[in-house]
Design a protein around this ligand. Structure first.
Ligand SMILES: NC(=O)c1ccc[n+]([C@@H]2O[C@H](COP(=O)([O-])OP(=O)(O)OC[C@H]3O[C@@H](n4cnc5c(N)ncnc54)[C@H](OP(=O)(O)O)[C@@H]3O)[C@@H](O)[C@H]2O)c1
Length: 117
């Protein structure tokens, strides 16, 4: 049976690259990010190309209930996750001291939430 990989940050960058790479190895995928249209386009293109199941969930992982909702949705669809690729995040091309507290807290919050997905 194909294994299933949940990828956060799958709408672009490293997460999208992992999605394409793992799809080519016939892994089933669960794609998470905020931009639903990007996830939809990626999911369609992977399903059209490979014999895999691709599920996408548009979610902002900084929101308090996001991980809980994703967990519930996956349970409802009877999807079991074998591996997590946790690439949701953002970087700032600034020194630490010049960033706002809100930005820094958001960066930390996103990574902690995503780690508990
Ligand atoms: N690329 C590099 O060379 C490099 C090097 C070192 C570290 N990193 C770090 O690795 C991470 C990924 O890098 P990348 O180059 O792939 O960046 P990217 O192209 O900007 O991708 C970031 C991904 O995270 C998602 N994301 C951001 N905020 C989110 C949120 N609140 N909820 C859910 N998803 C969210 C974005 O999707 P949506 O916008 O659709 O939500 C996107 O899919 C970043 O944290 C980056 O700082 C990257």
């Amino acid at each position: 049976m194909n294994q299933t990989v949940l990828i956060t940050g799958a709408s672009s960058g490293i997460g999208e690259a992992f999605a394409k790479h793992l799809a080519a190895q016939n892994h089933n995928l669960v794609l998470i990010a905020r931009r639903e249209e990007q996830l939809n386009t990626l999911a369609k293109s992977l399903i059209d190309t490979y014999p895999i199941r691709v599920t996408f969930i548009a979610a902002d992982l900084t929101q308090p209930k996001a991980c809980e909702n994703i967990f519930r949705d996956l349970q409802n669809e009877n999807i079991h996750i074998d591996y997590l690729i946790n690439s949701a995040g953002f970087g700032q091309a600034k020194t630490f001291a010049t960033q706002t507290l809100t930005t820094l807290e958001s960066m930390i919050d996103l990574n902690i939430k995503a780690l508990t997905t």
